[in-house]
Design a binder for this molecule. Structure first.
Ligand code: SF4
Length: 688
């Protein structure tokens, strides 16, 4: 039904930016957004919010929004009717599948889209096309954390809720600029630290706000976190401070793990990480003295060649000290996008069906085969990184990317965009004509969160509903409707009347969502998976053991080989990440005028020492380059960074300077690009 344009409407929604999952009442009048009101009943945030959730909604009514489907004609796009665009896409899909087989097509889901949409894109790939080539942007960020947790404790999600984090006696933050990347979660830690005596240790290259506030700040050499974390674990065990009862009752492989720790002496750790033995002992003592310890981490850990192994080392440390299964304990990989948790949960991954049911698990596959009435492929699909490589190798001929500006956010974008040019057929579905869309054969106009119904899952595994505050702009459509149209044209009439039907199907097929339903998620109600049939959810994991056949966790042996360092030829290590005002490269946040005015461009933070050494001043223009590409930016001299370490924020007027410099090296277990391993040369362009 058409909504009344002249009345103020209040709609429950969930923030479209970070994984904290703040929810709001959106006050709108027609298409005008009057305010975003955080209300006390919002489960993740209460009355808190940050600048992005409160104000960064300029993308909704931006003039740059796509409102009609586009088809390429030579160098230009022409606007077409939906039918023409969809017929064209499905004819091409059929043709490519016939000629090259189903594995010549690839699909990339969006972590900005809803759970239901993530479910449907993997259903198109698996049921309609017959391939497991489907992935999402957790490949760029959190796959290593998921891997590290799956192999040790069995669930790749936060161990508890933000409430549990607040109950910790000690919080250790590693490789996360929490105050800017997860502002509301950081506020909760700040409050517990300041008012309730919670201890805080921060390990990071940068002395950012949380590091400033910490009781102890630890500065490791880039890429060496696995070493200091494992050295602390070894020292704790050597001193007999580990939790023997917990290990005896709940943990396997202790002896193999202890054996693997042998090389991680305090002396070796000091040499490799640059952290003094005294500091390492202080960390160990703080863990010994705390009854409840949580460790939070983010991209500073995962975006390395050993991202999964370092995440594993964190989980190992928590296991040997008995820090799982109680409030105030556990692992907290802080999820980046609003729905990066959900995109993986709902199956847009090349090796797992929805709910992390493996494609190698015959029973799980048959359940889906019965429900979907097709025989499913059990060949493991290509992940994002392999799809790009697959284009170069001639294996992947067609790519369908939803809400992901790969040509900006993937590492080594010169390499990635050249791959786009080699595709036989390229579909992009987005809000804007992104850098990626510029390479497409067909561009479909999608609708953002405020224009659709669905659910998002935040970093606490909390599933929350969003309701449409307004109609889709122009002829844009919610992604789920577009997917249904595509499936129908390819012979699968799914017949969903609304996203609630999609969730009902997922609940039937996925044990961790068994009791999830739209009725149980009305308004500000939420559920944290796993949710049993009766609708009981799990705010805190592992209270009754671990989800392995014997109910016991698995310590995983660790090892370390030096894999990254800045050589003589390069001047700086270019660390990178978010800033508070913008979300990533800013392709959504730059549409909000106030934010654009406040932070129009990016800069590079360099140390006083590096500035002096290379003749840089505040505001100097410099060229940063390496074998992958180059970027020009302005210098900001900062006390937050040290020596040869610099920091380049991701935002750059909707583009990204950093990904001209990032390379093709990835985490060895998950193929997550090693975005945080960037050595570069610099040239000062306006030396005074
Ligand atoms: Fe909350 Fe994150 Fe949105 Fe800020 S960006 S309002 S912290 S969900």
């Amino acid at each position: 039904a058409k909504m009344r344009e002249d009345q103020i409407k209040k709609t429950k929604t969930v923030c479209t930016y970070c994984g904290v999952g703040c929810s709001f009442e959106a006050w709108t009048k027609g298409r005008e957004i009057l305010k975003m009101d955080p209300v006390p009943e919002a489960p993740a945030n209460g009355i808190m919010s940050c600048i992005k959730g409160k104000f960064a909604w300029g993308h909704i009514n931006s003039e740059a929004r796509l409102t009609r489907p586009l088809i390429r004609e030579g160098e230009y796009f022409k606007e077409v009717e939906w039918d023409e665009a969809l017929d064209y896409i499905t004819d091409k899909f059929k043709e490519i599948k016939e000629k090259h087989g189903p594995d010549a097509l690839g699909f990339i889901a969006s972590s900005k889209a809803t759970n239901e949409e993530s479910y449907l894109i993997q259903k198109i790939a698996r049921q309609v096309i017959g391939t497991n080539n489907v992935d999402n942007c957790s490949r760029y960020c959190q796959s290593p954390a998921t891997k590290g947790l799956n192999r040790t404790v069995g669930y790749g999600g936060d161990a508890g809720s933000m409430d549990d984090l607040e109950a910790a006696e000690l919080v250790i933050i590693v490789g996360s600029n929490t105050a800017e990347a997860h502002p509301v979660l950081a506020s909760k830690i700040k409050r517990s630290h300041k008012m309730f005596g919670q201890k805080l240790i921060v390990a990071d290259l940068r002395k950012h706000e949380m590091a400033e506030r910490a009781d102890l700040y630890v500065h490791p050499e880039p890429g060496t976190d696995l070493v200091w974390i494992s050295a602390v674990a070894k020292y704790i065990i050597d001193m007999g401070w580990h939790d023997e009862a917990f290990i005896a009752e709940k943990v396997n492989h202790f002896d193999e793990y202890v054996e693997s720790l042998k090389p991680f002496t305090l002396g070796t750790a000091e040499e490799i990480t640059g952290i003094s033995k005294e500091t390492l002992i202080q960390v160990a003592e703080a863990i010994r003295d705390s009854d409840k310890t949580c460790i939070c981490w983010a991209m500073g850990i995962t975006q390395h060649q050993i991202g999964a192994d370092t995440s594993t080392a964190i989980s190992n440390l928590l296991l040997v000290t008995g820090n799982y299964g109680r409030t105030g304990t556990g692992a907290y990989p802080l999820r980046g996008h609003n729905n990066v948790q959900g995109a993986s949960d709902f199956g847009s991954m090349p090796n797992t069906l929805p709910g992390y049911q493996k494609i190698s698990d015959r029973d799980a596959v048959s359940k889906f085969e019965q429900a979907w009435q097709v025989q499913l492929s059990t060949n493991e699909g290509m992940d994002n990184h392999e799809m790009v490589q697959g284009i170069y190798d001639g294996k992947l001929k067609s790519l369908y990317v939803t809400g992901e500006d790969m040509g900006v956010v993937d590492s080594n974008i010169n390499y990635v965009t050249k791959a786009f040019e080699k595709l036989d057929f390229f579909v992009v579905q987005d809000l804007f004509l992104t850098n990626t869309a510029e390479y497409a054969d067909v561009v479909l106009p999608a609708s953002p969160s405020l224009e659709k119904e669905g659910t998002f899952t935040n970093t606490e595994r909390r599933i929350q509903r969003l309701y449409p505050a307004m109609e889709p702009l122009g002829e844009s459509k919610p992604d789920w409707e577009i997917y249904c149209e595509i499936a129908k044209r390819l012979g699968f009439d799914w017949n969903y009347s609304s996203p609630a039907d999609i969730m009902a199907e997922a609940a039937d097929l996925v044990p961790i969502f068994a009791g999830v339903s739209y009725e149980r998620l009305e308004n500000f109600e939420s559920l944290q998976w796993p949710v049993n049939k009766e609708g009981n959810d799990t705010p805190l994991l592992f209270t009754d053991g671990f989800p392995f056949p014997d109910g016991r966790a698995k310590l995983h042996p660790v090892n370390f080989a030096r894999h990254y360092h800045i050589d003589e030829e390069h001047h700086l290590h270019i660390n990178n990440g978010r800033i508070l005002e913008h979300f990533h490269e800013g392709n959504m946040t730059y549409h909000t005028k106030g934010i654009r005015a406040k932070v129009p461009n990016s800069w590079i933070a360099v140390s006083e020492e590096a500035a002096e050494k290379y003749g840089m001043e505040e505001g100097s223009k410099i060229k940063i380059s390496n074998e992958n590409g180059e970027a020009v930016t302005q210098v900001h001299i900062s006390k937050e960074v040290f020596g040869q370490e610099a920091y380049l924020p991701l935002n750059d007027n909707g583009k990204s300077a950093i990904n001209y410099l990032t390379g093709n090296v990835t985490d060895k277990d998950t193929n997550t690009p090693a975005y945080k391993e960037v050595p570069a040369k610099i040239e000062v362009l306006d030396k005074k």
